[in-house]
Design a protein around this ligand. Structure first.
Ligand code: SF4
Length: 165
């Protein structure tokens, strides 16, 4: 089964994806994750209607759906990893389409920056997401983790000590 977090980690770091999928958790050490959860929990307090879709193939938890405007909202703390967030929301739109829920668009909200970006799903995105899902299955079923990626953001990653010490 693939979920939105897997998609996010796939684009961030495939090793991170592998560790997470193996239930190796170190996130509780990360203040960033804690702050992110707080913002997600409180920013949209009044309109909060979290929607979950879970089956054998996919599991998504969308922060808020505006059914009238056909918009899926996702709330994020920082826009530093914007591309990852966009793919996460594209995956949500892809799963909705798989369930026959057509015509939705995405809106990623960055309350701290008072910014929002629109997300749409193209035919090219649909093809890419199918390939990504296949790749994710291959990674998480692999016996060995992918190599470390030596990026500057590794120092802020909850798995830093696990990877480099
Ligand atoms: S520390 Fe770097 S290589 Fe290790 S999981 Fe995190 S992002 Fe990936």
């Amino acid at each position: 089964m693939v979920n939105g977090v897997y998609i996010n980690y796939y684009f961030h770091c495939k090793r991170h994806l592998w560790l997470f999928a193996r239930n190796i958790r170190m996130e509780h050490n990360s203040e960033d994750v804690f702050i992110g959860k707080l913002i997600s929990a409180y920013s949209f307090d009044r309109r909060r209607h979290e929607i979950q879709i879970v089956d054998d193939e996919d599991a998504i938890v969308m922060d808020f759906i505006d059914k009238n405007r056909k918009v899926v909202h996702e709330i994020k703390k920082s826009n530093k990893l914007e591309e990852l967030h966009i793919w996460q929301v594209k995956y949500y739109l892809y799963v909705l389409e798989k369930k026959g829920i057509m015509g939705f668009k995405g809106l990623i909200n960055y309350p701290k920056q008072k910014r929002a970006i629109k997300v749409e799903l193209s035919d090219e995105d649909r093809t890419t997401i199918k390939e990504v899902i296949d790749d994710i299955h291959e990674i998480i079923n692999s016996v060995k983790p992918p190599p470390v990626i030596n990026k500057s953001y590794c120092k802020k990653c909850s798995y830093y000590e696990f990877c480099y010490c």
